[in-house]
Design a protein around this ligand. Sequence first.
Ligand code: FAD
Length: 429
Amino acid sequence: MTARLAILGAGAKAVAVAAKAATLRDMGVAAPDIVAVERTAVAANWRAGGGWTDGQHRLGTSPEKDVGFPYRSTILPGRNGELDRRMMRLSWQSYLVATGRFAEWVDRGKPAPTHETWASYLRWVADAAALNVVDGEVIRLSLEDRSWVLHTHTGTVEADAVMITGPGQPGRSVLPGHPQVLSIAQFWQVSTMNQRLDAERVAVIGGGETAASMLNELFRHRVSTITVISPQATLFTRGESYFENRMFSDPTDWTGLTLAERRDVMARTDRGVFSARVQDSLLADDRIRHLRGRVAHGVAADDRIRITLHTDRHGERLETVHGFDLVIDGSGADSLWFLPLLGPDVMDLLEVRLNGPVTGDRLQQAIGHDLSLAGVAPKLFLPNLSGLNQGPGFPNLSCLGLLSDRILGARPGAQSNRTNGRNVEYQSI
Ligand SMILES: Cc1cc2nc3c(=O)[nH]c(=O)nc-3n(C[C@H](O)[C@H](O)[C@H](O)COP(=O)(O)OP(=O)(O)OC[C@H]3O[C@@H](n4cnc5c(N)ncnc54)[C@H](O)[C@@H]3O)c2cc1C
């Protein structure tokens, strides 16, 4: 019987895993049946209407970090070279060749593609890999005997293992429904409809890639000052040297670092930091400033939105209030977004496994080598929470080829208690 892996969301990770599984099957190697349950369409989050972009902004990482990157497969001893060569047929460059754009891309200096073009690439791969997509929004995840059950409004999908993907829901707002407060999705809707925002003092809550795209867009609008609110001491530039990038592409040495060292690397390279390109092009603009703090709440008063911030000073919590004409809540990305979907049976299972309430920190520290929650069967793959234990590239686009090796190298029904193994444990599935 073929095992079935259900993937919540047909985004970059689902496409990468499906591509590797299809390639393995082409080579005569057994691989699980992949089914992605998707509420919109393949790669929806990379296009206008998905809520995270208007599709016109550019990818932050190199497009050569594609579904097969770093092309160093380890799951098929003796045939890994062949596997990588076959995966190259689904690479970003193969896509450009197939669509007649390779020479132009090279001649233009290999520019970063727009999110829309990246979505087209992912769709091209999904078609080539014949990714099985079930339409529907997953509204609940439960357990039945030894299977996962993904519930949508119109039906259910059963599977031997499940993988959760995506950054969460872009509709979060510090003051829902107020016209002077926009969620990420509302901001991109305004932009896609070519409406112009007109405001004196604008606040963008949150740092990182989501905020960077929004800042880039905000310059087209009539705004006098833009205040980026984030908990960090300042707006750090992402560490992008070979040594830092290597940690994302090749996490071999990652588990040898202490937890404190890993957290330090992630703080410099991943969490709420802006790329050097963004720092150069955007932050030089004197309309932008940074305000340190965590947003506690927002209220509307006297035509303004008053945001209350909490900051820690010498161990004491300081509370300050700041007024803005427009607030864009860019804090929607949340690696724990799926927790409300878990039924009580699943929460009980996780609490037993984690020896306590389900928290982000406990989950992160329980992620095993195969990117699933160690000790939980049937398997629950949580790549977006695997950065701390397994390598900072797994939650993003930095090593999708390695991610698919880890996922497909796992035995869907087996329990694993390893959280720090080094060798890929390939078992025929
Ligand atoms: C604006 C922006 C720019 C970014 N740029 C980069 C970059 O340059 N480099 C990089 O490495 N990372 C970048 N990221 C991070 C990026 O989110 C991840 O790298 C990558 O997309 C994760 O892939 P994924 O498969 O987990 O999720 P996604 O590709 O986001 O796919 C998730 C899918 O799940 C679907 N979905 C969501 N909820 C449900 C539900 N309940 N039921 C069914 N389907 C659902 C969505 O419709 C979507 O298709 C960026 C993120 C944002 C928001």
